[in-house]
Design a protein around this ligand. Structure first.
Ligand code: GRF
Length: 219
């Protein structure tokens, strides 16, 4: 009798890779229900590449600088990914908008983490925007990626209180800590088959998730 093969994930990064590190740490603690098969960066200087190499994970760099043809870049990216046939694509600070053909090729298999309580503040400068709005809480969301920027169905959110005296940097640092907690957990829900993307919605245990799970209460 053969064991079911472990699911394979590819992590896409552009920068320092602290979320990638959270996955690496969870993997080393044997807490991930899938294998980190490869890390791909669109920037050669991304610190996350070193983190992956140090952990013995296969890496690729596909520089995007100066490439204006988004569809062509995404086709090269897909060629790299298809060699591995990943079950899951984890965007971890990948600072590129993916083209519609790329998203539809991997529909329901791409996750992203966004530093806000979506649907609040899609796009950039989320911490400054939450502060400017006078919000009392802020946080982060793991969601499925669709063609709409930061608009795919949310899976899991983590919240932080906004404290008097917070600035975008202090708030970002606290949110990042929570990102590291929720992202591997959300990816595990996907890898175990409990969370599924279907027809623009997120299903948990075959039921439509009408609002995102909350960490730590819902898990
Ligand atoms: C995080 O803030 C994440 O929410 C956003 O990009 C940043 C990546 O940080 N998508 P890191 O490279 O994982 O440290």
């Amino acid at each position: 009798m053969s064991a079911t093969p472990r699911k394979k994930a590819v992590v896409l990064i552009s920068g320092g890779g602290t979320n990638l590190q959270a996955f690496i740490d969870a993997s080393q603690r044997r807490e991930l229900d899938f294998e980190l098969a490869m890390v791909v960066s669109n920037r050669s200087q991304a610190g996350g590449l070193t983190r992956a190499e140090d952990a013995g994970i296969d890496t690729r760099c596909l520089p995007s600088k100066g490439i204006s043809d988004r569809a062509a870049y995404d086709r090269s990216l897909a060629t790299e990914l298809d060699r591995l046939a990943p079950d899951l694509i984890i965007l971890a600070g990948f600072m590129r908008i993916l083209s519609a053909p790329f998203v539809s090729r991997y529909a329901g298999r791409i996750l992203n983490i966004h530093p806000s309580l979506l649907p609040l503040y899609p796009g950039l400068h989320t911490h400054a925007r939450a502060l400017a709005a006078g919000d009392r809480e802020h946080g982060c969301t793991v969601h499925f990626v669709t063609e709409e920027l930061d608009g795919g169905p949310p899976i899991l959110q983590g919240r932080v209180a906004i404290e008097p005296g917070d600035d975008p940097e202090t708030l970002a640092a606290r949110v990042l800590q929570v990102e590291h907690q929720i992202y591997p957990r959300a990816a595990n829900l996907f890898a175990s088959g409990r969370i599924v993307y279907r027809d623009g919605q997120c299903l948990l245990d075959n039921k439509v998730l009408s609002k995102p799970l909350r960490y730590p209460d819902s898990l």
